[in-house]
Design a protein around this ligand. Sequence first.
Ligand code: PEP
Ligand code: MG
Length: 330
Amino acid sequence: LRSIYTKEADLSATTPDGFEVRIHLNAGLSADTDIGHSSGADGVGLYRTEIPFMMEDRFPSEETQYHIYRKVLESYCGRPVTMRTLDVGGDKSLPYFPINEDNPFLGWRGIRMTLDHPEIFLVQVRAMLRANLGMESLNIMFPMITSINEVDEALRLTRQAYREVSEEIAAQGSKAHLARPRVGVMIEVPGIIYQLPALASRIDFISVGSNDLTQYLLAVDRNNSRVAELYDSYHPAVLQALRHIFDQAHQCGIPVSVCGELAGEPAGALLLMAMGYRQLSMNIHNIPKIKWVIRKCRLDEATSILNEVMALECPTDVRRVMAQHLDRLG
Ligand code: PEP
Ligand code: MG
């Protein structure tokens, strides 16, 4: 079985009628990047920088971060790597930076924290930019964006970091070209879905974090077992939102991908592909099965499955219908 899977991972995710979906990797552990080149991924769609931060016992210095990021970019030699700025708060805490709040998922999370600590943000972005010197494969992505002001402030700091690093390189007499990174935003707070045109005029891409988007759309804690049955990315409201995001992004001409867990589930991947998404990012062990199911299902077939599913009213019905279709596909 393992060898069938490994073989599958080398093939492209192209439907029998010739539509290709780019498959990217969600990474963060060094093991992910050590085997990254053989994962079958076309790049890294989400590098969770908080994971290496969690391995340290204090905020990693710019130099430490530089080495970590350089290794990641090198192991993908030229393929795009999307690094997300620090996303702590909520359920993710750093032992050396405790955040105590009554409502952590609605609190000081992700970009909210780093914009309040521009020194943390600047050091991180400087380290990313330096790691990208001579590589040109870096994308930078901001988590938990709620409003356009946050985007403008994060972009301002990113430009500042770029200016600083390029001046330092020039002062060292180096002719090396410092590439400008592509910059994007995660779509995980429902409110920002209604501001995609304003986002599109500022940034280069968006990526849907379906894990948090599900949590916030349905007001269900993604980690609370008592309400686990209510947390469901196949809820018709979540599917409507995902379709709306794709349609809006397409209209605004901004590239869009999905990097939440839904993209790594066969049923989710087929529905997303039918909505129009052509880039999905997932954990390494989901890559072979997602490639397999995309290679099995024609786009027009996926579209008719989507149409059937969008008429359903309950998540359980969506799951049941999807299970029947997947059974039929083999
Ligand atoms: C998400 O919210 O879907 C996501 C990819 O980010 P994380 O799981 O790291 O919060
Ligand atoms: Mg998230």
